[in-house]
Design a protein around this ligand. Structure first.
Ligand code: URP
Ligand code: ZN
Ligand code: ZN
Length: 474
């Protein structure tokens, strides 16, 4: 099967070029101006962009959380992702508490195998970091599951203490893995949340008020210092506040290998969305949506590359039946918001259309940087020899985001009624046209598991980063 994409402008992270793209099988085989070649299918891209398929490095399909499960399956969630121009996800497998990484990984392979519509990889959520698991980390890295998410939040569920975090960081200096951190001081947050409920604040707004930005800043700084002591790189997921960003900025200015993502919800929604009585439950996620000023800082961080990429933290719970579990006590609202379908268009609309970022930076944030950060050398750019994950993107098409038209399996949209400019007209996943002009042409099981590669900090870099041997005291 040969497909020729004709007349478009290729937008990569490093350049914009007028050229045609020839796809053969699963690969991009030729790029050139006015290609005169035979093809089974010719896709007209005149006045459109040709961009690498989006890579969402942060999703939670079927995550068990707060007494229920995130609603999208690998089939529904990856189909929705594709409609939104995303052709790869990296989902979080979960180590069962008291169990092994292997058990978590097997369970996630079971959920995804034969069901995913687009390519996928896994990170591993560490539920309890026991010493005997340190060796198992190495096995996972060898199998292409190169990242481990640890938490300073959610006491009694996912929280790891400093010793466990430090040991995991140390291990990555041996096996080339990367620690991803959910950094909020969960113990302090729980204390404030209890005080709030005791004083009668039970609505969703309490969720946002209890999780102070400074609690995110404190945990971010603590983990950066632990990573420095271990001589390890570290990556902060779903960074939401100026407080945390300032810590990342400071670390990067010090020359430390500290990286971070933010998510559309922190760029487009605010603490005010958590108001309006129980309706605010739709917007309950952790870290929470922040008061106004934080958004501008996050955009600045994206422009300056103190934030390197955009993931969604897609974790959808229906408002009816699931979010409602927390009526009368915001602590019982399952944490998470949907967004895998909306990420690319929101970033185009809020980033490129407003003039904050260039088209190339947009592509870098939603595709190229995740490919680089998460070890996917065949993804993230439109170039010969790369996987044919390609989107014909219309930067001028306007459309309205709504639960009545989205493809995610969730009964509301965080962006209901918002008009965005930019949309994916044709989406190609490893050579297969999966979306064309709003029609679904893909199928469950097309997506393949991606064994990812460690980022490859050299031994020399690691040695430079490593903390000096402790000097005996006394
Ligand atoms: O609220 C959130 N973020 N839910 C998903 C789990 C996590 O912490 O990423
Ligand atoms: Zn998290
Ligand atoms: Zn998450």
């Amino acid at each position: 099967m040969r497909a020729l994409i004709k007349g478009g402008t290729i937008v990569n992270a490093d350049a914009m070029t007028r050229a045609d793209v020839l796809i053969e099988g699963e690969e991009i085989v030729l790029i050139g101006l006015d290609l005169d070649v035979e093809a089974d299918e010719v896709i007209d891209a005149a006045s459109k962009w040709v961009i690498p398929g989006g890579i969402d490095g942060h999703t939670h399909m079927e995550l068990p959380f707060g007494g229920t499960f995130a609603k999208d399956t690998f089939e529904t969630g990856t189909r929705a992702a594709a409609f939104g121009g995303t052709t790869t996800i990296i989902d979080f497998a979960v180590q069962p508490r008291g169990g092994t990484f292997r058990q978590g990984l097997d369970a996630w392979h079971e959920k995804a195998d034969g069901k995913s519509c687009i390519d996928y990889g896994f990170h591993m959520i560490v539920s309890d970091m026991r010493d005997e698991l340190l060796l198992e980390m190495d096995r996972l890295v060898e199998e292409g599951v190169t990242d481990f998410k640890l938490f300073t939040a959610y006491p009694g569920v996912f929280l790891s203490d400093d010793a466990a975090i430090f040991k995991a960081l140390q291990r990555t200096t041996k096996n080339g893995g990367l620690i991803l951190m959910h950094a909020e001081n969960g113990v302090a947050i729980d204390a404030v949340a209890s005080q709030m409920v005791d004083s009668g604040v039970t609505d969703p707004i309490g969720h946002g008020l209890a999780r102070y930005p400074v609690f995110e800043g404190e945990a971010t700084n603590r983990v950066i210092r632990l990573a420095k002591a271990a001589g390890a790189p570290v990556y902060f997921v779903h960074l939401s506040s100026k407080d945390a960003l300032d810590e990342v900025r400071r670390a990067r200015d010090e020359g430390l290998p500290v990286f971070a993502e933010t998510c559309p919800q922190y760029l487009f929604l605010t603490l005010d969305d958590l108001g309006n009585g129980f309706e605010g439950a739709k917007f309950v996620c952790s870290p929470p949506l922040r008061a106004d000023g934080h958004q501008q800082e996050l955009w600045k961080g994206l422009i300056a590359d103190d934030l390197q990429l955009i993931g969604t933290d897609h974790c959808p719970f229906d408002f009816h039946g699931q979010k409602e579990m927390g009526r009368g006590d915001f602590r019982k609202i399952p944490n998470g918001v949907p967004g895998v379908e909306e990420r690319v268009d929101l970033m185009h609309d809020g980033g490129v259309v407003t003039g904050r970022i260039t088209p190339s930076r947009f592509v870098e944030l939603v595709s190229t940087a995740p490919a680089r950060m998460f070890g996917l050398p065949r993804k993230g750019s439109v170039a010969v020899g790369m996987d044919a994950d390609v989107v014909v993107y219309d930067p001028n098409r306007k459309h309205v985001l709504s639960a009545s038209t989205h493809h995610m399996d969730v009964d509301y949209s965080c962006y209901e009624g918002r008009t965005v400019q930019g949309g994916s007209d044709v989406v190609i996943s490893r050579g297969l046209v999966v979306v064309k002009d709003g029609a679904w042409l893909g199928h469950a099981g097309h997506g393949k598991f991606l064994r990812r590669e460690p980022r490859g900090f050299s031994e020399a870099t690691r040695a430079k980063l490593a903390a000096p041997a402790p000097t005996p005291v006394g």
